[in-house]
Design a protein around this ligand. Structure first.
Ligand code: IPT
Length: 988
């Protein structure tokens, strides 16, 4: 095995040959062989070579399989994770790759169970990137590309039961295939999914294709093969269908072989006896249909019998009866127009890179389900096979995407005939693997690869093979959302401005459903205007939703000390998104790369440890299955906003929050409503005459234990205002206020007096959208205050000052008036016209240490901003100061609370301060100054201050999504001109 030149697998340099997609790889199929298989997972001998044709000399170390070597501290490994979005990590043009090409050689002894003698033995490698070469005892067995799908090889001839053999898997990192695996995530190298051996009878089920319609039609096509070539006479298949309640429940069926199909085959002289095809057929009475809301799964066992009736092979499937159709410009599931509340999901883990366990995937889906998501796009490649089982079971619509992204060389590759085979190979193998999953409702040809003949070829294959599902491809849709002649049945743009989507839907020209494949980029503190998007989607026929980009922040847990990924052992080193001292969430540039795309890899709705970002609460509310509206003071309108089910799975509790009173609760009886129905219910409370502003919330939870949520899990909290706030009278003047020589307020609880703030630590959107650059250019990050005058007027003090920036001067006035127990502050700032879009206009001050609890009346309890506040109901909230802040990977503006009317900051002995605002305002209370956050690139660099940094904003800019996509809407911008705000500070 040391003579590489004579090894045909190496001699042909397959890593430089896009035409070669595999050699001796078995056809992809949907027969699940995991049960009864012999796992080869565990530690393998490992060598990292500098190139695929380098000699395999020297010492072996060991590496975990599955696992990428870039995440393991394998002895001698110098190849670390690397993050680049679009640009390739090497300069070679397709199909070339660099000569310096890390190549992992994995080896281990394999003992085949003795009772496998005489059986057909198959080696399955779950996934390896990007070229896999397989040898057994030095003999070439096969090769495969297509890094996110399994490769199977028949090893019956090279493995003998009872005699140990050496299996070698050589994984070449860079190849022609890397150019079509240029997705926006970390580059790694290794084997990312399980390796196993399984055995079958020589007579075996080569594939099973299940079609199950919402009308209860079940058709199962079986492909039968024999290792000897010719099929033995007399074989037949049978099937058994268990109803969703299990094999002992009612409604099971026995499926017989379809004689008409056999007859048609027998009469068709193109069909030889060699072609083992059989069909099972049944019509299921009173079928329980599958939807994401009602994931009803039947169990199916297909058995292949020999002529004597004995079973040669069997295959288990779960069947969901459902239809997907496009009618006009609507995507329908079982005839109903659905909303797609989707997210893009990568296979990602902060300790393993790409290897995800079933428990990990279940945790992802359970979380998404709890936060109202009903759809996943498997960006940008077929995800781990278990993900689809879980989606079937928990209930998600899946857009299944092929592993094709040629971003950096998209235009060259889309029409390059050398890559034609690879495109068709990747798309067809995905379809062959995943076709039986009811969750998969749409196929996607890949991502960001321009549009060319190679796509049309793949589309042609899919349309012929699976006419039961629509097909989408953003690159094709780019040529025109209404163009009927492209390889996309859905207009699936990315980051399209909302107004363009609405205009298209209203234009009369729309021909296809409009479902954005990516929108609302979740990088850092983001997802502004999500509520506006959903208001428009729900109000505009032709718009059906989209997939938020994306689920994960792909931070890798890294030891700051040695700069290496921590790897599998790091489980206890993070909690609630925060890493232990000495560790951090690494992003692009943290592994010594000079060329990288920084924190653009951290753009998910969850932090790397799956801690939810505040946008998740917003999403949960926007997806509420139950809606609430006020009705002419006479009652409330409740509506069932689901597509397929009633409200029986939900329980409710009314909550009345009074601004000047407490919170009252009462049990809620939810009406019996079918989807789309509404009911008027009486007000559950007599509204007390006093108490001020009043809000009624319906706290909706799960009524029973569900596979994805225990009973009592919050589902939504729709809210209506029952009474507006009365304008407050001016408090009586009392006492005196003290200012210093600079006109700054002197107060025993403040360590830094209230001054004007126009700056926030730029969010990723502010930075990448160019706003932060403008603010810096204007000098808003380094305002210089100059006192103009201090005047004692009556009992108060009026302070005029100027805040000089590079590009203009902001005149500021503070009027301090002593009131009972404190001071009232009336402020005014005049922004010159040049400052036509600033981050905030407001007050900042700092408190003494020890005031560690924030209690407020306003929106909450989680973080909210002017254009991301839909999921934060108004009420009385209390949160420790240290928990107000969201640790976005790259430190930035965080911790804001919207619509706050008043708050207290207190010590455990209830002393502290109270602030009342003139109207609902944006505030934040954190341990960091904006400049602390601006200066840091990771959280481990931040030193929390002992006191609190408090911002009260007259106006605060929306967050938008400008790091990739539209900025916030004009109504959420902070305009120039005069801003006025008032607040009262009292000592508790
Ligand atoms: C789009 C990509 O499809 C996705 O992988 C990711 O990179 C996302 O953007 C941004 O995070 S492509 C972009 C050029 C619009």
């Amino acid at each position: 095995m040391n003579d590489h030149v004579s090894d045909p697998l190496l001699a042909l340099s397959p890593w430089r040959s896009p035409e070669v997609t595999s050699w001796r790889r078995l056809p992809m199929n949907a027969v699940d062989r995991r049960a009864g298989a012999h796992s080869l997972d565990g530690d393998w001998r490992f060598r990292l070579l500098p190139a695929p044709d380098a000699p395999v000399g020297g010492d072996w170390s060991s590496a975990a399989v599955p696992g990428v070597w870039t995440m393991q501290n394998v002895q001698g490994t110098v190849d670390l994770p690397r993050y680049l979005n679009i640009r390739m990590p090497f300069p070679e043009f397709p199909p070339l790759s660099p000569d310096a090409n890390p190549t992992g050689v994995y080896e281990r002894e394999v003992d085949v169970p003795a009772d496998w003698a005489g059986r057909r033995i198959v080696l399955q490698v779950g996934a390896a990137e990007s070229v896999l070469l397989v040898h057994v005892d030095g003999r070439p067995v096969g090769l495969s590309k297509d890094s996110r799908l399994a490769a199977e090889f028949d090893v019956s001839d090279v493995l003998s039961p009872g005699r140990p053999s050496v299996v070698r898997l050589t994984v070449v990192k860079w190849s022609d295939a890397s150019h079509i695996e240029d997705q926006d995530h970390w580059w790694h190298g290794g084997i990312t999914r399980s390796v196993l051996l399984y055995a079958t009878d020589p007579l075996y089920l080569a594939d099973v294709d299940v079609r199950a319609s919402a009308e209860g039609e079940l058709r199962v096509d079986c492909r039968v093969r024999d290792a000897g070539g010719a099929l033995p006479a007399g074989w037949y298949v049978t099937g058994e269908l268990d109803a969703p309640d299990g094999p002992d429940g009612p409604g099971g069926l026995t499926l017989a072989q379809d004689a008409e199909f056999d007859l048609a085959n027998a009469e068709d002289d193109r069909v030889s006896a060699f072609l083992g095809e059989a069909r099972l057929h049944a019509r299921v009475p009173e079928v329980r249909t599958w939807t994401a809301e009602t994931p009803e799964l039947y169990g199916l066992t297909v058995r292949l019998h020999r002529a004597d009736g004995s079973v040669a092979d069997a295959s288990r499937h779960r069947v969901g009866f459902r239809d997907v159709t496009i009618v006009g410009r609507d995507l329908l599931v079982n005839g109903e127009r659905i909303f797609v509340r989707g997210v893009n999901r990568h296979d990602f883990h902060p300790l393993t890179g790409r290897t995800v366990s079933v428990e990990d995937m279940r945790a992802d889906l359970v979380l998404l389900k709890r936060f109202g998501f009903n759809a996943i796009r498997t960006a940008h490649y077929p995800n781990d096979p278990a993900l689809y089982d879980l989606a079937d079971e928990i209930g998600f619509y899946v857009v299944d995407e092929a592993d094709i992204e040629s971003h950096d060389h998209a235009h060259e590759i889309a029409d390059d005939p050398r890559y034609l085979n690879a495109f068709v190979d990747r798309v067809s193998r995905m379809v062959l693997r995943d076709k039986n999953h009811p969750s998969v409702i749409v196929w996607s040809l890949g991502n960001e690869s321009d549009y060319g003949a190679n796509h049309d070829a793949a589309a042609g294959w899919v349309r012929r093979h699976d006419p039961t599902r629509p097909l989408q491809y953003e690159g094709a849709a780019k040529r025109g959302w209404a163009d009927p002649h492209v390889a996309s049945d859905i207009a699936c743009p990315m980051y399209a401005p909302l107004e363009d989507c609405v205009a298209h839907a209203l234009s009369g020209l729309q021909t296809k459903p409009l479902i954005q494949c990516e929108y609302s980029h979740a990088m850092g503190n983001s997802n502004g205007t999500l509520a506006d998007h959903w208001a428009a989607i729900e109000a505009t026929p032709g718009l059906q939703g989209g997939f938020i980009w994306e689920f994960w922040d792909h931070g890798i847990l890294q030891s700051v000390n040695d700069g290496r990924p921590v790897g599998r052992g790091g489980a206890g080193l993070y909690d609630n998104g925060v890493t232990a001292p000495g560790y951090r969430w690494a992003y692009g540039g943290d592994f010594g790369e000079t060329d990288h795309d920084g924190a653009f890899i951290a753009d998910g709705v969850v932090l790397p440890d799956r801690t939810v970002k505040p946008v998740m609460y917003e999403h949960r509310e926007l997806a509420a299955p139950l809606r609430l509206r006020g009705f002419r003071h006479e009652g409330l309108v409740l509506s069932n906003h689901q597509h397929f089910r009633g409200l029986e799975w939900l329980a409710g509790e009314w909550e009345l929050s009074l601004a000047h009173g407490g919170t009252l609760t009462a049990a809620a009886d939810l009406p019996d409503l079918r989807p789309g129905e509404t009911a008027v219910v009486p007000l559950p409370f007599e509204l007390p005459a006093d108490g001020g502003e009043a809000w009624l919330t319906l706290r909706v939870t799960t009524a029973e234990d569900l596979p994805w949520a225990p009973r009592g899990t919050p589902v939504c909290a729709p809210q209506v205002r029952l009474r507006a706030a009365e304008p407050a009278g001016a408090p009586a003047v009392s006492g005196r206020v003290e200012t210093d020589a600079e006109g700054l307020l002197v107060h025993p609880l403040l360590t830094s007096s209230p001054t004007l703030s126009l700056w926030r630590a730029p969010t990723d959107n502010d930075e990448l959208g160019g706003m932060a650059l403008r603010w810096r250019t204007w000098g808003l990050d380094s305002l210089v205050r100059k006192l103009v005058s201090v005047r004692q007027e009556g009992d108060g003090v009026t302070v005029l000052s100027e805040y000089a920036a590079t590009a203009g001067v902001v005149r500021h006035r503070q009027v301090f008036t002593p009131v009972e127990g404190g001071v009232r502050v009336d402020e005014q700032a005049e922004l010159p016209e040049e400052f036509d879009d600033v981050a905030r206009v407001g007050t900042v001050f700092e408190t003494v240490a020890g005031l560690d609890l924030l209690e407020w009346f306003g929106q909450g309890p989680w973080e909210s901003y002017p254009d991301r506040s839909g999921g934060a109901p108004v009420g009385h909230h209390r949160v420790p100061v240290d928990e107000l802040f969201t640790p976005y990977l790259r430190p930035q503006e965080s911790g804001g609370r919207h619509g706050v009317r008043r708050f207290t900051l207190s010590a455990p002995d209830a002393t502290g301060l109270a602030v009342t605002l003139d109207e609902p305002r944006q505030i934040s209370v954190t341990r960091y100054r904006a400049e602390d956050l601006t200066a840091a690139s990771h959280h481990d660099e931040l030193v929390p201050r002992a006191g609190c940094v408090v911002h009260l904003d007259a106006a605060h800019r929306g967050l938008g999504t400008a790091s990739c996509g539209p900025d916030t809407f004009p109504s959420y911008l902070v305009a120039p001109g005069v801003h006025r705000w008032s607040w009262t500070l009292r000592v508790l």
